[in-house]
Design a protein around this ligand. Structure first.
Ligand code: M6R
Length: 596
């Protein structure tokens, strides 16, 4: 998703290094174009932008040499207007007197472009970010001050966004937040703003979180925050951030994805400590206990965790839960939602638009909105009555791995608690994850030569491994660009079996409780020449029937299913690298999907 960054310093200096570093740190959000603008003390604007990776564009356009006393950088992820130089941000206003960039979506940008043209403004792109600049320009032309024009621009712009603008003849940057992230960083004789915290921490640890409906007027020495609606000043004390950016560096691993897979034992241990100690879990459980209907609502990987959670709730708490993809929740369940119902909204980022939309609509119908989130301070966290933080720290890689593990673990913990069961059965999990990672890395190397040139795969599971199979299939699709279908293993014979031919790859994820029901499916593929890989605890009947086996350390349920996702994560990672792709930033994808 797009990201913006701004800097104001007290004197003319080289800004290129800082702008490029900020772009690099924003790049985990996903992007297709990069741009930087530097405004000199004398009001000269140097704007450079192009489609491509930060490193490539920066080298080609020599961002490093850019200097000034104000700077704006933007990473764009195309939503309105194709990826192109003209659509890349920042954008100029008509007379190149102002420059600005946005993050998020201005949904009425097409109508606004017509309006701007009618008003005689020069519109150059089909990107909605340009609308933010022209909206301000429109009010400047009507005689408003910059601050007033920025505030008034928000009356025109529909959607969720944050934007930053700078005018040639001033010493400040102005920014607004309406639905997208915006954080201010306070430095010595310089101040910064950004779409997120990680991209500021190399500059300062003193930050102010801007809230929706607020604007920032940022000089080198002063930062003023005001309400957009009435212009009243907001007094907010800066926070001192203690988190280290070590998490945002690869720490010796070739990719964030591998690093994050290997962090799973640590984050799982942290989460168990947190759940045992925190008041959040108790409050969460009391809401669930008294619920009429319970919905688990999410997208993508988080949905797979929700699906796992629903099976765990049935099994360990004797409680029916409806797991549902967020956009489908609206037509399928919203009409019957009423007060007394509880929705558990699950999201790594806490900013996924599809989930937030379902959440807001459900709240209007009286649902009690709870959440399981990773990013603290996210919109979803703030909109929840109670939330459980999954304590994973930054997850940089677009494919979610460690956050899936902890989402599923949080559900398992809640299910056991709700069912009055002893949660100490979960204590061995961190050690078992370490063991599984070690064993799987060796085994994966063994199957990769066979799998690497295939263009389609199936990944099948049953019961509590059904969600793991779906998650494994999503990981493989996401980072290999090949098709992998996740499916209930018993459904395979109802159609897809016809595609099996010699060496056709089918992965079976088998819980120790479901070996009998899985055996016939494995044989149906094997006897037709398919290449079967079975992920399970050690079992002689599986060994006798499967082509390849990944035997997990012995743990039994409820832990065995959780462990079974690890070989799939590693398989996806290794296949991606083998094909020469960057698993951390798969093409066309974004870490945080704040658009419809
Ligand atoms: O931040 P969220 O958990 O709400 O994101 C939901 C999906 O976009 C996300 O899980 C996506 O499917 C992952 N990139 C998959 O690895």
């Amino acid at each position: 998703m797009c990201g913006i960054f701004g800097i104001v310093t007290g004197r003319e200096e080289n800004l290129g290094g800082i702008l490029v570093e900020a772009c690099r740190r924003l790049s985990y959000r996903g992007y297709d174009s990069v741009g930087c603008a530097a405004i000199s003390a004398g009001g000269e604007v140097d704007l450079r932008k192009d489609v491509g990776k930060v490193e490539d564009v920066s080298r080609k356009l020599n961002f490093g040499e850019m200097s000034g006393c104000r700077g704006i950088a933007q990473l764009r992820w195309a939503t309105f207007g194709a990826p192109s130089i003209v659509n890349a941000q920042p954008h100029f206003d008509s007379d190149k007197e102002m420059v600005g960039a946005h993050n998020g979506n201005v949904v009425n940008n097409v109508a606004l472009r017509d309006l701007f043209k009618k008003e005689g403004l020069t519109v150059r792109s089909t990107n909605d970010g340009e609308s933010c600049v022209h909206a301000v320009e429109l009010f400047l032309r009507k005689g408003f001050s910059t601050e007033e024009a920025v505030r008034k621009a928000n009356d025109l712009l529909e959607g969720d966004y944050a934007f930053v603008i700078g005018r040639r003849d001033e010493k400040t940057l102005y920014a607004v937040k309406k639905g997208s992230g915006l954080v201010v960083g306070l430095g010595e004789n310089s101040n910064y703003l950004s779409s997120d915290l990680p991209s500021l921490l190399f500059l300062t640890k003193r930050i102010i979180r801007v809230e929706d409906g607020e604007m920032v007027i940022m000089g080198a020495e002063t930062v003023t925050i005001k309400r957009i609606d009435d212009g009243s000043e907001v007094k907010r004390e800066p926070e001192e951030i203690t988190q280290e950016m070590g998490a945002a560096q690869k720490g010796g691993y070739p990719h964030f994805m591998l690093k994050e897979i290997c962090e799973q034992p640590v984050v799982a241990r942290d989460l168990l400590h947190l759940l045992n100690a925190s008041p959040h879990a108790k409050m969460f459980l009391s809401k669930l206990q008294n619920a009429r209907n319970i919905y688990f609502i999410a997208c993508g990987t988080s949905y797979h965790a929700a699906l796992f959670g629903a099976t765990a709730f049935a099994r360990y708490a004797g409680r029916t839960v409806i797991p549902v993809l967020a956009p489908q929740f609206i037509p399928q369940y919203l009409p019957t939602v009423a007060s007394g119902d509880v929705g558990v909204f699950v999201s790594q980022s806490g900013e996924t638009r599809d989930v937030l939309k379902a959440m807001m609509m459900a709240k209007e119908k009286g649902i009690a909105a709870l959440s399981i989130v990773n990013v603290l301070g996210s919109t979803m966290m703030k909109e929840s009555e109670v939330y459980i933080p999954i304590a994973c720290g930054y997850e940089i890689s677009v494919p979610a791995t460690k956050t899936f593990m902890n989402q599923a673990l949080a559900f398992l913990y809640l299910a056991l608690k709700l069912g009055g069961k002893d949660t100490s059965v979960l204590d061995p999990l961190p050690g078992l994850i370490s063991e599984t990672i070690k064993m799987s890395r060796e085994k994966v190397a063994d199957v990769i030569p066979h799998l690497k040139d295939q263009e389609e795969y199936y990944c099948l599971g049953y019961g509590s491994t059904y969600s793991m199979a779906l998650e494994g299939a999503l990981k493989i699709k996401e980072v290999t660009y090949s098709h992998c279908e996740g499916m209930l293993s018993t459904e395979f014979k109802h159609g897809p079996l016809s595609s099996v031919r010699k060496n056709y790859p089918v992965v079976f994820v088998v819980s120790p409780d479901d070996i009998p029901v899985s055996l016939s499916g494995i044989n149906e593929v094997a006897c037709r020449g398919g290449y079967t890989i079975v992920i399970s605890e050690k079992d002689e009947s599986l060994r006798a029937n499967a082509g390849k086996t990944f035997f997990l350390p012995k743990s039994g349920e409820p832990l065995a299913s959780l462990l079974s996702v690890i070989p799939l994560q590693l398989m996806a990672y290794r296949l991606s690298v083998e094909r020469g792709f960057d698993p951390d930033f798969p093409r066309n994808l974004s870490k945080t999907l704040t658009v419809d």
